[in-house]
Structures are given as structure tokens and as C-alpha cells.
Design a protein around this ligand. Sequence first.
Ligand SMILES: Nc1ncnc2c1ncn2[C@@H]1O[C@H](COP(=O)(O)OP(=O)(O)OP(=O)(O)O)[C@@H](O)[C@H]1O
Ligand SMILES: [Mg+2]
Length: 436
Amino acid sequence: MATPPIADPKVTVMLAGPGHEAVFYQMQPPFLSDARFVISANATQWAAFEQSLTQMRPDLVVVQVEIAPGPEALIQMLAEIQVWNGVAILVLPAALRDLRGTFEKAAVVRGVYIAPVNWGEIAQAGFAAAMTERARAAAAAPLQQAYLSRTSGAIVGTRVVAFLSATGGTGRSTIAESLAYELSVRMNVRSLLMSFDLPPAAAPHLKLRYVPNAMEYFTRPGDGFAAAIQSREGLDVLLAPENSVDYQKAAEYSTAHKTEPESIYSLVMASWTRNYAAVLLDLPAGEQPWGLQGITAANTAVIVTRCTLADMTATRHSLVLLLERLIGEHRIPREAIYLVLNQVNDHSPISARGFHDELVAGYGWAPPVAAVIPYLPAISQAQDEQIPAVTRVDGLAKAIHNLAESLFPGGLMADLSGSNGHNSKSRLRIPHFRFT
Ligand SMILES: Nc1ncnc2c1ncn2[C@@H]1O[C@H](COP(=O)(O)OP(=O)(O)OP(=O)(O)O)[C@@H](O)[C@H]1O
Ligand SMILES: [Mg+2]
């Protein structure tokens, strides 16, 4: 981690295109399978592109221009990347081929291609352009891939998302609760929040009682599941017991009897069969059973971190946990691990981009950043008033939308914006990952 970012031979790339099909199925595969690249962000919508571009400061931006509201807006936005010596490759639909000359004049543009293109060639051209642009020669030895690929079942059906971090107070509860509320109340996506802190944070934040809770399930696995759930505005919530003795007993029992029906692991696994599209696990920091068994029952991980040195070490620790120590014990493929940078402020000495770079330099790989959330005091104010923060704080809502779009690409946001949020039929698509 002491390696300065400039010595990192990998090219950070941001992929932007109109919709998830374009970004995840067309553009992403050659970049994902090419170890010289790290995808630091994806954007399937203009608003997300604008936000992530300057936050993540990628070396290379590959854009299908239809994502932009117009050529001027795109050229203006791309001009920003000069600040960090970024370069851009653009792909035009055949119908807009006349704009080629206009785009080629932009200082940062290193190539303009007309669709249909071979994305492998685009990746190649992009890599060459980024390397050429490097302020100094790239380090000779490529970082060792600490791990390659693993097999695991394909993700289908329910997204079971473990929100985790190795340090406390990063914002796991805030973000898990916000996403759960947003998905279920605003987007009509049937969701379950599992709040596993001691005491469970969702109770005060969402104005719930401490009973019923997971104890209903532990005493009657099976039909006790429904009895364990509380609801707020259609969002289902399942709380860990608030009583320390019950909490500890469940942890001890689960450690010795992980696959028995009364374990924490089985409780989370039970959620897979209840027709939820999203199960959000607000896991406690550290490595005790309420956290670890949640991870082993999840198919997606979101590491929540602040841009601090301590959290960088902690994030690296979480990556080792997921990709090395617990390997084979969970069903989270590398492609389903995301970072959320939280409590980001402009005065911090470590920028969002710097944080990601350092992680890559230190570990050889880092997950893409699915959302960057500024430090916003209004968040804890809303929580103190027991009002869902995501309905009160714009900056949080935007970031939660980006996170939702990363986890459930396709249609969610379009439906919302196209209908003032009153559309009752959200489409939900979970990307199919390739396992090699
Ligand atoms: N983006 C933000 N800006 C400002 N304050 C925030 C932000 N995100 C979270 N907070 C505040 O930081 C504190 C910690 O957040 P939260 O409880 O969500 O973190 P956590 O990771 O779940 O913590 P714990 O380890 O205690 O479970 C809370 O007071 C919350 O209101
Ligand atoms: Mg918490």
C-alpha cells in the first residue's frame, strides 16, 4: 500500500453507455477479462456518468455517446479529464457518424469509432492510449494477481447483499436501510432488510419495535420466519434480538451448528425462498457469527468505507476475508463485490480516486465503486427525527440510485424518472455473471 498510485501499471477505466445491456453485456467483458484494466466505475445513465467521472478520475473513459444528452454536454464533461491526464475513446452509433469530426477535435479524445465495434479492439486501443498518456513510464512488473477466478453458482433470483466493513461507523446501517427503503417503498421492489447490529440500528431509524425479531424464527424455524418480520410502508424488516443474552446464544449455537435450521446462516438462507428481489443484510463490523454467517449466506457484497488510511487497511482486510480466507465458504463471485465510499469530503487528504488506486496498488485488485456519498450532516439529523434519510437528503438519494443501478441494472431508474415515481411495475434484472 506504500506504492504511489503512479507506479500502478493497471489502467483504471470507466465504461459509460446507454443502459445496462450496453455497458454490462457489450462493453464490459473484454475489460473484465483483461488483467491490465481495473474497472473503477460504470455508468448507464448520464447523471451517474457526471457524478462518477470526476469522483473516480479514471485513466481511460470509454463512452457510447448516446448516453449524453447532446454532443456539447459530452465534450464539456470530457474536458474535465484533462485535469488528471485522462483520455477518452468514443463510440458513435452509425446514425451519428457525421459528428465524428466534432468529437475528434476534443483534446482528450484518442479515438472515435462507429458502431458496431469490436469491443476487444476498443479495449486494446484504450489501453494503448492510456499508457501513452502516462506521465512517466509504467512500472515494468505487473502486479501479481493474488487470485484468479473461482467457480460459484450463477446469481439468479434474489440478490442477497451483505453490507460489511472491518471498522465500525462507516455507514453500513445507513446505506443498507436507505437502499432497502428506496427499493421497496419508492421502486416497488419487494425487499427485506435484515438488521444485525446489537442493538439493531433499524429499530430507532425506521421507528420499529424490538419485538418481534429473529428469536421468533429461532424458536420456530419454518413458519417462525414470517412471525419474525415487521413492516414499515411495505418494507419488511427482520431485526436481531436486542437482548445481549439471546444475541450471544444465537451466535454460539450458530458457530457449532451452522447448517441446522436454527442458525443465523439458515435464517438468512431462508430469505432466498421468500420471493424477495432484494435482501439487504446490515451486518455488524468485525468477524463474529452475526457478520460471518451473513456473508456466507449472501451472493453479493458491498464494502462500505470512508476515504481514510485506517479504512483502506480495513477494506483490504475485508477483501482478503472475502477472496481468500472465506473462499469456498460463500457464493459471492468477484464480480458481485462492490465498494461504496461514504462520508467523502473535499478536505480529506485521500480522494476517492486516490483511495481506489491505493487499494489496487496494495492488493492487486479492487472492486468497482458503486456509489460515492458525500459527508452530509443532514443524514444523522433525519435519523434522529426517525425519518428515512434517503427521503430527506438529496445527495444520499442520488448515491443510493447509483448503487441500486449497479446492483439491479436496467430499468429501475428509467421507470422511476419516466413516471414521477408512481409506476407500480418496476422491472428488475439481475445481471448474469460469467464464471470462468
Ligand atoms: N454520508 C454521511 N454523512 C454524514 N454522516 C453519515 C453519513 N453516513 C453515515 N453517517 C452517520 O455516521 C454514523 C454511523 O453511520 P452508521 O450507523 O450507518 O454506520 P455503521 O457502519 O452501521 O456503524 P456501526 O459500526 O455502529 O454499525 C451515524 O451517525 C450516521 O448518521
Ligand atoms: Mg450499523
